[in-house]
Design a protein around this ligand. Sequence first.
Ligand SMILES: NC(=O)c1ccc[n+]([C@@H]2O[C@H](COP(=O)([O-])OP(=O)(O)OC[C@H]3O[C@@H](n4cnc5c(N)ncnc54)[C@H](OP(=O)(O)O)[C@@H]3O)[C@@H](O)[C@H]2O)c1
Length: 327
Amino acid sequence: MSPQRVLLLGATGETGGSILEGLLEDTDSFIVEVLVRPSSADKPQVQKLVERGVKIRVVDIEGSAEAVVENLAGIDVLISAIDAMGQLAQLGLATAAKKAGIKRFVPCAFTTVAPPGGVMGLRDSKEEVYQHIRRLYLPYTIIDVGYWHQISFPTLPSGRVDYAAFATPSVDIHAGGTAPTMLTDLRDIGPFVARIIKDPRTLNQSVVTYSDVLSENDIFKLLEEMSGETIQPKHVSADEIIAARVRAAAKVKAEPANRMAHMMTFITDYQYSKYVRGDNTPTYAAYLGYLDARELYPDFRPRSFKEYVGELLEGKAVKPYQFKNWG
Ligand SMILES: NC(=O)c1ccc[n+]([C@@H]2O[C@H](COP(=O)([O-])OP(=O)(O)OC[C@H]3O[C@@H](n4cnc5c(N)ncnc54)[C@H](OP(=O)(O)O)[C@@H]3O)[C@@H](O)[C@H]2O)c1
């Protein structure tokens, strides 16, 4: 079979960067090109992609609709790994994808499993895009991944894992810490996506990936056992999470342009969904109609959370978002 021509939006980001590497590993199956917005065309990260021989298509997905359609010419699969705040910019992209005859659109999911409709605002903005895709009758695949290993570990009293931590200290245990939750190593999103987008079984389906299903109590115990340190956790009750979520939503309503306020709604919604409701599990994913990537691709062994912690303790983990401008 001739290779599929894939256009990836978000290759300079965390999720998109993983997807890029996963696709570039399989040159028999994919010819990979990258969609870049005009304001980022001269970024060093984009220049590095050019140096690696990746073809770049520069277009503003919120600009002229014709220009977007033109820039999708010849593409079989379009993948979006746009950041959390940018979800609705995909509405016009989906319309253009339909006009351009894209054979499979992978909109930006890549999050935890949660139901639509008021549990997670982020999920609901993604859902708006999915509903638009279905109205267009555009072929699609939705891929969710649980929570990344890279943002799922507590910090240690010695400070030895602070170098890779998104926030320090990070010792909160939510709602008793008993809810199991699916985890995927950020680096394994790409290899999973590569398998999923060449698989006819996943067309017009949702798929979930994970390496482990662990509670926060499991994770803290593992870190303590592997490090020999004792973590003093800070317990955050379900009621406190719910109250923080209400406060965060009120702040966004009062200050819609405040990006940090939006970040707080993302964080508190994740906590509510994962730890209070307990949504992010394989059983609930199956109930919502997801296919299980572990069952589809038994040949692929994702990196376990324990392996990741081993790397973390050896000082070999990489902190996400090192080049991100949060402004
Ligand atoms: N499962 C988890 O644990 C987890 C954790 C974090 C995020 N996520 C999900 O993953 C998704 C991707 O987030 P991320 O944090 O990986 O993203 P990120 O690192 O912030 O990167 C976003 C990418 O999108 C590009 N982009 C943004 N707006 C664009 C536009 N208008 N046109 C073209 N490119 C544009 C950025 O390019 P520039 O170089 O131009 O900025 C960048 O490459 C999010 O939707 C979020 O829901 C999941």
